[in-house]
Design a binder for this molecule. Structure first.
Ligand SMILES: Nc1ncnc2c1ncn2[C@@H]1O[C@H](COP(=O)(O)OP(=O)(O)OP(=O)(O)O)[C@@H](O)[C@H]1O
Length: 228
């Protein structure tokens, strides 16, 4: 079970978010919707313990353990994985070698994972020289390979064409078989392919509204600022 309990987040000394609470277990797909610049990525980065993104109040708890004080590496080792909005451009590292390296640690099958997100043809390519859409699928493959308990997925639908998006959604469903997912998106395009368990809209630093699929429909109908 993964829980955020009344979490506040500061970035560069500026408080961006306050009172963020959620909980999820394996198989749950929790969407966080919100406009550009509201702090969605910052929330995921703070949960992952990345430098510069600080949880200033509240608790982040995985399986009963408060993650405060754990490094990013330790959080990853305990089962938290982050798929970046813009995946890091790793130069000199080939896709196949990267996946094999992770699978050596987790016991996964790199070939099977590559098949799941259709990246077998990219195995000999450098991670730093992929197209935007290709790198999103490779990023998802690295998260699948980590076999996380909770996966933080930042904007899986940005910069991805419509066919790739359905492949990404398939990969996310496979991920949800073993993990709880927090999926951040400003467009909610991914929701056409991947049904949410719960949806919260981040607006003005807080969760302005939470519910199910109907919240996504309301955002499409009225936008973020006019939500009831
Ligand atoms: N390392 C940083 N230092 C200073 N400010 C930052 C840093 N990272 C993000 N910010 C600022 O924090 C705010 C929230 O950014 P964030 O990337 O979390 O938004 P977002 O909701 O994910 O937006 P988008 O939908 O555009 O990706 C923005 O004003 C951004 O400029």
């Amino acid at each position: 079970m993964f829980i955020l309990e009344n979490v506040s987040v500061s970035v560069g000394g500026r408080e961006l978010l306050r009172g963020i609470s959620l909980s999820l277990g394996r198989g749950d797909i929790f969407y966080i919707l919100g406009p550009n610049g509201v702090g969605k990525s910052s929330l995921l980065k703070a949960v992952m313990g990345l430098p510069g993104y600080e949880v200033t109040a509240g608790r982040v708890v995985l399986d009963g353990v408060d993650l405060a004080g754990f490094s990013t590496y330790e959080r990853a080792a305990r089962g938290v994985a982050l798929a970046f909005q813009v995946p890091p451009r790793l130069h000199g590292v080939r896709v196949g070698a990267l996946l094999s390296h992770i699978c050596k640690k987790t016991g996964c099958d790199a070939g099977e994972i590559a098949k799941a997100v259709e990246i077998e043809h990219l195995f000999d390519r450098e991670v730093g020289k992929l197209s935007g859409g290709e790198s999103k699928r490779v990023e998802l493959a690295t998260v699948l390979a980590q076999r996380p308990k909770v996966a933080l997925i930042d904007e899986p639908d940005s910069g991805v064409d419509v066919e790739s998006l359905s492949i990404v959604a398939r990969g996310l469903k496979e991920l949800a078989a073993g993990a709880g997912l927090i999926v951040v998106t400003h467009s909610a395009h991914i929701a056409r392919y991947l049904a949410p368990t719960r949806v919260c809209v981040l607006y003005g630093g807080v969760f302005k509204k939470c519910g199910g699929q109907e919240v996504i429909d309301e955002v499409f109908a009225y936008g973020f600022s006019k939500l009831a």
